[in-house]
Design a protein around this ligand. Structure first.
Ligand code: DMJ
Length: 933
């Protein structure tokens, strides 16, 4: 997410019509006026230090951009671990994530205006020439309309905006003749067929060459799109219309926004996450400010700023009120159900919502912005990065982090609003963490798991479009930038559009007639801004005083209930509702409460207990609602326990020159051999075993003696390989998958099972790498011969000296998604297991190598159920807090010891699977609706 107005520019012609414009103009003044102010509380940062940090950002950008240009261009993205370009179709598909890739040199286009912001004008000139020379927008490839709009159309328009600015200055870009704009227009026309629906909402995907629906197009059958996908077009499309005079783009984008507005849920004024583009029905009725909706809200407010159209601000404010009423639970922002906005839809937050404090700054609502930002910062301090999702009690829910810029963006805007040097320190931490944990020799690699520090072979284009812009601007003084950033608005991808567009060609969009440039008479506009001190008290310690009470909100957090406590729960004398974590199946009082809530308890033959709720059997609608909440909590609890019983992935870190620990590979553990979570780590040089499959006595014991042996998967049991390399004197082993192209990006990791016999004789640690990760080590051997690795449960501090310092012990909150996320009123859900650990069901995991006997035995699924009342730390809402962060690790180890058949499923969820999980969540709520509570 990006934020408006670097830039909103109080000097921009914001029409002063009623209270709406006052709010935006107020925010504008924050951005303009506070840059040179600092407040007491945090120590001010010297100009030298700011410059040093700014230079560091420049160096980091060079490292990212330089490696992209050298090793990946003209491909869309850099793969920083394998140091090559990501070409769609040549790599295993990552699902929806790949829809951003259109074989149009995405990263180059997305980086264009960053080059100018970072004062790299020569490089910009060169980059523009390359775009004009090399980029083809007519490829037979199906791309996301949303991503192509924000990254490519936005990138071209941002590039054009700054190209004409430079040209006007008279030094650079003198040859430029609107070529980027012509490309933008060409692309705009390519996207238009997507809008050919009765609703006017665009199809989510389009074939750049063949459009929609034609047989060759391979797209056009989709029925749903996300709200943000349909509602994040207006800035780019309106800019395109106003730059070119072709009105159609702005009209289409307006029509889509009008439709979404009409479809808002009228009683809550919220919108759902996905909508049917033909019928306009909400498909997913959960509602938050993060994934799937985020930039819809952002664009309403920014459309008002850029286009000066009051109706956008009215809509934004209506939604904002609803967000603050239902979703905002400071410092948290929790998804709710659009029809039942007092019911939380989930117990976790996603990383995309980190843009929201920035948007609140633009709106002028600073307090909740400070609060949410502070909460997010504490999560970051704990995990070095913001995990893709984290729970309300701040545990990792999805552990990956694709170097998202939203938190940096909000940090920048809060600094602009408050002038508090605290936010400079926050930015410094972001820089340090990026260099320490994400920097690899060939760029910056996304984190696959923030807990282990392992990497993904991925550097998204938004990292260059957004992250470096916001970080650079954070430390820059006015004179460090060659143009006035206040004259521009940031799109969601941080592309810059000039605010003068607000008065250009304005009429064409409304009248759909002329293609002439029309200067508006601006006598109606008030060019002054209100005094922001009314909203932002004249207190230098204001921001600090808001942060202070939240100082330990993450570390000292009590786990929160799944559903917010309803107002009714506070009615005097009423007992608080029964919480799932307190429930005991043997307590008669609890059974009575269950009955009142319409929940029945069924004892299964195998000793487990099923809970089923029939809301109509509840004593009252309030009890029925309590019952729903109870069921949802129980499912969460059950799913959490499953996660806690599963082993987290391990890390293989290359520590020798030139990697120095900077490349961390996600590895699967073994159910036998040295347990790395207990014994910290094993470090050694690697050597390939002979035979490579390790299935017989090694013929090269002298080569593997005292080393970590590399063995290929297949042909015999994992344990047999381990014994053979151990007998040859190896101190550890890495099994590399024999399925070419397999990767933990696309395949679920698993544990290597024993051979069904006693494996106590195996003392060395064994880890498993998929083929792609394994080939990074094999390539390193080819290139550098001596390659040293560290096998551990979590990446260790890196850097030239690779200090052996220990990091705090890893959490065990696995990100594995339970198959039992959905709750159904009439559907039985296995929840409570009376026999606890005795009950475990064996399942063979999907073996990608059928001829392979490695996994023939002993792999179990995560289907073991357990009794929440026995294993969950008792925690009362108002009682003492238990630090859950340390708890699961111990719990897991105990369970793992007592049950060697523990396994874990998918460790990393690509975005499409995340969306699939969310779909499961929402199905549950659809069921709730049907039950008409
Ligand atoms: C960016 O592409 C944009 O900010 C978008 O709106 C959502 N998030 C990504 C970066 O995380």
């Amino acid at each position: 997410m990006s934020e408006a107005g670097g830039g909103l520019g109080c000097g921009s012609p914001v029409p002063q019509r009623g209270p709406w414009s006052l709010v935006a103009a107020t925010a504008a003044l924050y951005l303009v006026s506070a840059t040179s102010v600092w407040t007491a509380g945090a120590t001010p940062m010297s100009r030298e230090e700011k410059q040093k940090l700014g230079n560091q950002v420049l160096e980091m950008f060079d490292h990212a951009y330089g490696n992209y240009m050298e090793h990946a261009y003209p491909a869309d993205e850099l793969m920083p671990l394998t140091c090559r370009g990501r070409v769609r179709g040549q790599e295993p598909s990552r699902g929806d994530v790949d829809d951003a890739l259109g074989k149009f040199s995405l990263t180059l286009i997305d980086s264009l205006d960053t080059l100018v912001v970072l004062n790299k004008t020569k490089e910009f000139e060169d980059a523009v020439r390359k775009v004009l020379r090399d980029v083809n927008l007519d490829n037979d490839v199906v791309v996301s309309v949303f991503e192509t709009n924000i990254r490519v159309l936005g990138g071209l328009l941002g590039g054009h905006s700054l190209a004409i600015m430079l040209k006007e200055k008279g030094e650079y870009m003198q040859w430029y003749n609107d070529e980027l704009l012509q490309m933008a227009k060409q692309l705009g026309y390519k996207l238009l067929p997507a809008f050919n629906t009765t609703s006017g909402l665009p199809y989510p995907r389009i074939n750049l060459k063949f459009g929609i629906r034609k047989p060759e197009a391979r797209t056009g059958t989709e029925t749903d799109t996300c709200t943000a996908c349909a509602g994040t077009l207006i800035l780019e499309f309106a800019a395109l219309s106003r730059f070119t005079g072709a009105t159609i783009f702005e009209e289409y984008a307006r029509k889509a926004l009008d439709f979404l507005w009409e479809k808002r849920q009228r009683s809550s004024n919220l919108v759902g996450v996905t909508i049917n583009i033909h019928t306009g029905d909400w498909v997913r009725k959960d509602s938050g400010v993060g994934a799937g909706i985020d930039s819809y809200y952002e664009y309403l407010l920014k459309a008002y700023v850029l286009l000066g159209d009051d109706s956008f601000l009215e809509r934004f404010n209506t939604h904002y009120d609803a967000i603050m009423r239902y979703i905002s639970q400071p410092p948290l922002l929790l998804d709710v159900h659009i029809h039942k906005p007092m019911l939380n839809a989930r117990t976790w937050m996603d990383a995309l919502l980190a843009f929201f404090p920035g948007l609140q700054v633009l709106k002028g609502d600073i307090r909740p912005a400070i609060e949410t930002h502070e909460m997010l910062y504490q999560v970051i301090k704990k995990h070095n990065f913001l995990p893709e999702a984290f729970t309300t009690d701040f545990r990792v829910h999805w552990a990956q982090h694709p170097l998202r810029p939203e938190f940096a963006e909000s940090t920048y805007f809060l600094y602009k609003a408050t002038g508090d040097p605290y936010y400079l320190e926050v930015g410094k931490t972001l820089i340090e963490n990026l260099n320490k944990y994400a920097r690899v020799p060939c760029g910056f690699a996304a984190m696959k798991d923030v807990r282990t520090g392992s990497h993904e072979d991925r550097m998204d284009s938004f990292f260059l479009a957004e992250m470096f812009k916001y970080l650079y601007l954070l430390f820059a003084d006015k004179e460090d930038i060659i143009f006035d950033i206040e004259d521009y608005i940031f799109t969601t991808e941080a592309h810059l559009l000039p605010l003068w567009l607000s008065t250009t060609n304005q009429r064409i969009s409304k009248k759909n007639s002329t293609s002439e440039y029309t200067e508006l008479d601006d006598s109606n506009f008030d060019w002054t801004c209100p005094n922001t001190q009314i909203l932002f008290p004249n207190d230098p310690l204001y921001a600090q005083s808001i942060r202070e009470p939240l100082k330990n909100v993450v570390d000292k957090s009590c786990p929160r209930g799944v559903i917010r406590v309803r107002e009714e729960s506070f009615r005097s004398g009423a007992k608080p509702p029964l919480r799932a974590r307190d429930f005991m199946a043997t307590n008669p009082e609890h059974l009575e409460i269950l009955k009142k809530m319409g929940v029945s308890l069924i004892h299964l033959k195998d000793g487990r207990v099923q809970l089923v709720q029939h809301a109509i059997q509840a004593a009252s609608s309030i009890d029925a609602e309590d019952g729903l909440r109870f069921m949802q909590e129980m499912i969460e609890l059950s799913s959490q326990q499953q996660k806690e019983q599963q082993l987290p992935p391990r890390a293989v870190q290359i520590v020798s020159h030139p990697f120095f620990g900077r490349v961390v590979l996600t590895a699967g553990p073994a159910q036998f051999g040295l347990d790395l979570s207990k014994h910290k780590e094993t470090r050694g040089f690697v050597a390939s075993s002979k035979p490579y499959n390790g299935c017989s006595e090694l013929t090269n014991p002298e080569a593997v003696m005292g080393k970590i042996a590399l063995i290929q998967r297949g042909q015999c049991m994992f344990a047999e390989k381990a014994r053979n390399i151990q007998n040859a004197g190896a101190i550890g082993g890495i099994v590399i998958d024999d399925n070419e192209g397999s990767s933990s990006d696309t395949a679920p990791l698993f544990q290597m099972a024993g051979d069904g016999k006693d494996t106590d004789d195996i003392k060395i640690p064994m880890l498993f790498l998929f083929s792609k990760e394994g080939s990074i080590i094999l390539d390193a051997i080819r290139e550098y011969e001596e390659v040293e690795v560290l096998l551990s449960d979590k990446a260790k501090d890196r850097g030239p000296e690779m200090e052996n310092e220990e990091q705090p012990s890893s959490e065990n909150d696995s990100q594995n998604q339970s198959a039992e996320q959905t709750i159904s009123i009439s559907q039985a859900v296995d929840l409570v297991d009376q026999k606890s650990s005795e009950e475990s069901s064996l399942n063979s995991h999907s073996d990608s190598s059928p001829a392979d006997t490695d996994n023939a035995a002993g792999i179990s699924s995560a289907e073991q159920t357990s009794n929440p009342t026995e294993s969950q730390e008792p925690t009362s809402l108002d009682g003492e807090c238990t630090d859950l962060d340390n708890q699961p690790q111990e719990q897991s180890e105990t369970e793992e010891d007592s049950n060697p058949n523990v396994s874990w499923g998918k460790k990393v969820q690509p975005m499409d699977s995340i969306l699939a999980d969310w779909n499961e969540d929402i199905e549950a709520f659809e069921m709730m609706e049907k039950d008409e509570l």
